[in-house]
Structure formats: structure tokens, C-alpha cells
Design a protein around this ligand. Structure first.
Ligand SMILES: [Cu+2]
Length: 338
């Protein structure tokens, strides 16, 4: 009796542990800034509804199939005529899937309809998938385009149309918390409409293998109150602030004399390159190099001195040959570009 009691207890604890693990895995997967199951946009909300319907339906079908399988091990073959067996195959194997899949298709198409509508678009943002970062362009009221990289800010409750392109390889633009993903295909311009429903910071990723550093191209999505968004965009539209300290001025000279301006633009200076990200307000970004590094001074310095080690196959040369004081000065200059 004691033995049995112990065994039962042990089993109960194992079950509980197992349950805990499953619960933790589910919570980790469902929560947070990159989860399609914790929606923060109308698109993601439709997807999550469809997901749960499909999960529920799949569970029901699984139970039914298992029930039939168990029954078939118990039943006597003589108890069923060939006609009823045929009916089971026709009904369960052909009729039932046709009905279920057609219903799912119609339901899915109905969910898509409002998502694709281009009515009431409040904001248009161009995003281009580069190797391996995201070029983001806003069009302001004055008609001037504001470019930045790896960061998208949106006003809450407004429909935004993304114009998605790529200059060379296929990427896929995906913000799981806000909605579905859409491919960026060279020579084409695809459209995706999203409508964020709550403020917060979310994470977007590339969902199509695009080369060596595919896993190192993420971006931040910040959903803000409309007034805060307008203020942010007005700030981004301004030219770069002048360097304040002697160190920052030294950094600006180093930046301009080492050829960084051939690939990078800093509005308000002679640096006017477009191969790499626009650095006019790089000091205010939430991350560096497409979510690869934090955006602090040490990270700026590490990036410029160890570029290829941090991001394999990156399209920026490593400037590790520059003396340390120049790297430090450039890092201070860039961090000051807020
Ligand atoms: Cu990509």
C-alpha cells in the first residue's frame, strides 16, 4: 500500500511538472513583442481567431479519428456490411474534407477582405529590404521624404499602407504582433495594410531566407499616440544636430575624411551616400545594424571596428585599421546625432 501511495504521489508530481513546462512554453511563445498570439493590430487579431478555430477543429477531428481507430480494433468485421464501410470512406475521406476545407477557405477569404482594403489610409511608409537591413521612408506633409533604418514608428488606431520593395533578393516583411507577412520581391512593389490597436514596442523580422545574415535583420516597431508620433516624425525630418563637444567635432571630421559619406547620408553635412542607412538621427535609434547591437557608444565603436565579425557578409567594410581614438570620436559623434 505504501509503495502504491508513493508511486501515485510521484506520478502526480511528474504530471504537475509536465503541465508546468507546457504552460511555460505556451506563455513564452504566446506573450511578448514578437508573438502572433498576443495581437496588437487588426490583422493579427483576425489571424489569431482563425488560428484558434483551426486548432479547435483539428482537435475535434483528431479525437474523432482516434475514436474510430480505437473502435476499429474492438469491432467485429462481420458486424459491418461492405456498404456501410464504403459510406464511411466516402463520407469521412471525401465529403467531410471537402466541406471543412471549403468552409475554411471561404472564412479565410472573408477575413482577408477588410485587411486588403485601401480605404482610410492615414499614412504611407515605403520599406525596402536590403542585405541585411531595412530602409524605411516616410513622406511628410511638405513633400520631403524622411529616411531611416530598422525602425518603424506608427500612430495607434490608424491604417498604414506599406509599400514593400527590394533591390536584389527576396525578403519577407513580418511584424507578428500587428499582422501577416508579405514578400518583398525585386522588380515589384507589394502592399500591406496594418492597423495597430495598442501602443507598445514590437519586433519585426525577415521571414524569407535571404542570405548569410538573414537572421541578423530585425527591426523595431514602436506604436505611439498620434501626437507623439507627429512630434517624432517632425524631429526626424530636421537636419542632423551640430556636434557639441570637441570629441564629437573630431568624430565628425573623422567620419567625413574616412569615406563614410560615400555610403551614408547625414542631412546637413556633405555626407550624401545612399548605399547604407541614413545616419542623420542614428543616435536616437533603438538598436544598431538591424537589431544586432544595442545603440550605445560602445556598440557604435564595436560596429565600426569589427563590422564583418558582427555581421557576416555585411556590405560595409570593417574600419578596424583606424586608430582607437578616431573610432571613439566617431562613436561619440554618431551617438550625438539624435
Ligand atoms: Cu531578408
Amino acid at each position: 500500500m505504501w509503495l502504491q501511495l508513493c508511486e501515485n504521489l510521484l506520478r502526480a508530481r511528474q504530471w504537475r511538472r509536465c503541465f508546468c513546462l507546457v504552460q511555460m512554453a505556451l506563455l513564452a511563445a504566446c506573450d511578448g513583442r514578437q508573438s502572433a498570439l498576443d495581437p496588437a493590430g487588426t490583422g493579427a487579431e483576425s489571424i489569431v481567431v482563425l488560428f484558434w478555430w483551426m486548432c479547435g477543429g483539428a482537435a475535434l477531428i483528431w479525437v474523432a479519428v482516434m475514436g474510430i481507430a480505437v473502435y476499429s480494433t474492438q469491432a467485429h468485421p462481420e458486424a459491418h456490411g461492405i456498404r456501410s464501410a464504403r459510406w464511411l470512406i466516402f463520407g469521412g475521406g471525401i465529403l467531410f474534407p471537402i466541406v471543412v476545407l471549403t468552409a475554411l477557405l471561404v472564412y479565410g477569404l472573408m477575413l482577408m477582405q477588410p485587411l486588403r482594403s485601401t480605404a482610410d489610409i492615414a499614412l504611407r511608409v515605403d520599406v525596402s529590404g536590403e542585405q541585411w537591413w531595412w530602409r524605411v521612408r516616410y513622406h511628410t506633409d511638405t513633400g520631403e521624404a524622411v529616411e531611416l533604418a530598422n525602425e518603424i514608428r506608427l500612430p495607434v488606431g490608424q491604417r498604414v499602407a506599406f509599400n514593400l520593395t527590394s533591390p536584389d533578393v527576396i525578403h519577407s516583411f513580418w511584424i507578428p504582433s500587428l499582422g501577416g507577412k508579405v514578400d518583398m520581391i525585386p522588380g515589384r512593389s507589394n502592399q500591406l495594410v496594418l492597423e495597430p490597436t495598442r501602443t507598445g514596442t514590437f519586433r519585426g523580422v525577415c521571414a524569407e531566407f535571404c542570405g548569410t545574415s538573414h537572421a541578423l535583420m530585425a527591426f523595431s516597431v514602436v506604436v505611439m499616440e498620434p501626437a507623439a508620433f507627429d512630434a517624432w516624425l517632425a524631429g526626424q525630418a530636421k537636419p542632423a544636430p551640430e556636434p557639441q563637444s570637441a570629441l564629437q567635432r573630431q568624430g565628425q571630421r573623422a567620419f567625413l575624411s574616412n569615406g563614410c559619406g560615400a555610403c551614408h547620408r547625414v542631412r546637413g553635412t556633405e555626407a550624401d551616400g545612399t548605399v547604407g542607412p541614413d545616419l542623420t538621427h542614428v543616435g536616437s535609434r533603438l538598436s544598431l545594424a538591424a537589431g544586432t547591437l544595442p545603440a550605445d557608444i560602445e556598440a557604435f565603436q564595436r560596429w565600426i571596428g569589427h563590422t564583418g565579425q558582427i555581421k557576416p557578409d555585411v556590405r560595409m567594410p570593417t574600419f578596424g585599421m583606424l586608430p582607437n581614438d578616431q573610432l571613439t570620436a566617431m562613436a561619440h559623434y554618431l551617438k550625438g546625432l539624435e
